[in-house]
Design a binder for this molecule. Structure first.
Ligand SMILES: Cc1cc2nc3c(=O)[nH]c(=O)nc-3n(C[C@H](O)[C@H](O)[C@H](O)COP(=O)(O)O)c2cc1C
Length: 201
């Protein structure tokens, strides 16, 4: 792929709402994409990302936990209404992938490296961007969500986290096919964010 095509892919990747997803993606396609996406920069080669490809039962259970998280004690009718809407939206999502970042707290590396959790998190975020770009190239729509359902006391058990103490939640990735085609998102001027000394002697 030439530079122009890659730039086009990056610019066209946009978040799409799961409510607009009308069809699921074969799990073979997803596992192949995950496998490729894992190739990201990774200090100490720790391979930190953990992927949980949820089935319908688990998607519905996570949707219920999300609704409980939103409605709290159930006293606020606005929150109860929002919880119901979210539960419906999430339960109907055709595909849901949970991504965590694992840092082995029993390893020598962990005891010697104060930044290990952050570095592993950085690698996992790079992997998610790879995933999203591969989705875009495969015409699969996606949304990365850090909705606070991961704070629910039942979250780790429901999703079956393998190392609940050492896995940091990084995101839910909703995915499916959608006709929705948002425009390229305009950003603020680069000068606001770039300090460029390169032209100076
Ligand atoms: C770490 C992370 C967490 C996000 N969590 C949420 C979320 O909880 N709910 C949501 O609606 N969007 C979430 N998003 C999507 C962003 O809102 C979205 O990327 C942003 O609006 C920019 O739109 P774009 O992805 O189309 O460029 C998240 C994105 C990232 C990177």
């Amino acid at each position: 792929m030439d530079q122009e095509k890659l730039a086009e892919l990056i610019l066209n990747r946009r978040t799409r709402k799961p409510a607009s997803f009308h069809a699921g993606v074969p799990s073979d396609t997803i596992t192949q994409i995950i496998n490729t996406a894992r190739h990201a920069p990774n200090h100490h080669r720790t391979e930190p990302a953990r992927f949980y490809l949820l089935n319908r039962d688990k998607i519905i259970q996570v949707a219920q936990l999300m609704a409980e998280t939103i409605k709290g004690d159930g006293q606020d009718p606005i929150l109860v209404e929002r919880a119901l809407r979210k539960e419906k939206e999430w339960s109907n999502a055709p595909g849901l992938l949970l991504v965590t970042s694992f840092s082995d707290s029993n390893s020598v590396l962990f005891s010697k490296n104060q930044n290990l959790i952050e570095e592993n998190y950085a690698t996992t975020c790079c992997i998610i961007q790879n995933l999203l770009l591969l989705f875009e190239a495969s015409k699969i729509s996606a949304k990365w969500s850090t909705a606070s359902v991961w704070k629910h006391p039942q979250f780790k058990k429901t999703t079956g986290l393998k190392n609940p103490e050492d896995e940091k939640f990084v995101g839910f990735i909703f995915y499916g096919y959608s006709e929705h085609k948002p425009a390229i998102r305009a950003l603020s001027p680069l000068q606001n964010q770039l300090v460029d000394y390169s032209g100076e002697d």
